[in-house]
Write a protein that binds this ligand. Sequence first.
Ligand code: C2E
Ligand code: MG
Ligand code: MG
Ligand code: MG
Length: 296
Amino acid sequence: YVGKRRGKGTFVAYGQDAAGGYDDATLPALLAEALSAEPAASGLDVHYQPVVRISDGRREAVEALARWNHPVIGPVPTPVFVAVAEATGLIGRLDDFVLDRACHDLAGYLAAHGGDVSVHVNISASRLGQPDVELAADDCLSRHALAPRHLVLEVTESAPIADPEAAVRSAKRLRSKGIRLALDDFGAGYSTLALLRRLPLDIVKLDRSLTDLPDATPGGLSPEALCRAMLWIADEMGVMVVAEGVETAEQVAALTRMGCRYAQGYRYGRPEPFASLFSAEAASSGEGALSGEAGL
Ligand code: C2E
Ligand code: MG
Ligand code: MG
Ligand code: MG
């Protein structure tokens, strides 16, 4: 297992949080079944979390995050079923389900309201370098008549990439089509600095462990120092930086001080269904625009 699963204990902790009584052994079969069923019956769903510009809270994008509320066993935490999908080879189908829903939802929104909002979709790093991910992205964009600049693919280096050369070629092809690429969870993965040098990127997302400044362990290199260094490197590379897991005003102040311009986290909004994200915004702004600025 790869991804957010960091040992057996992780599953126990998630199990205690979850309302339902799922059991590890049955998840692969249930997930395979869900991916073949109609979404309405499978309990598979997509929630969205805003990515904002810190200076004025403008919504630059929304990140699509897979959700699974199984009709019988109840909600399964995302890191749990994503790890199952990675381990069982179902990840491509899960990613494609989310990609399709995300393009559908955003295309519908843009058709009605216009604007420059984009959608971030997570893809397994194991797929970068395989032609199917490019085909899936192309197909999805054309079916929903969505311009490539509205799509950002997020890749987490949760395990060493099997064929880095192929991954780099794949990244170049995606970007030449106008699809943007983000390196997710930077600072939490494997050989991320090496990858950063080779992968052509548009966005780097700083992992929560780097932006969780107040809880820094004393001694050694502080998260703030790492964060500062990363912002400097990103600037040199000309990539946009998004701080993940921003929850407090203190974090916002520290990030602003360091020159970080974009953030995502509970402070700016939790993941929620597309429709409620939209209605909350409509209620607060009176305009119903996903983007914080009118007429963009
Ligand atoms: P991620 O891509 O880094 O997504 C951010 C995760 O952090 C989400 O967890 C989100 O709910 C959580 N989060 C956001 N803001 C905060 C905050 O302020 N504080 C805290 N404590 N957490 C915050 P989620 O939805 O459980 O997803 C976990 C991971 O699962 C994602 O991490 C991503 O790596 C993976 N994932 C989710 N959906 C997909 C998918 O469709 N395909 C693939 N391949 N992976 C996915
Ligand atoms: Mg992500
Ligand atoms: Mg992330
Ligand atoms: Mg993360």
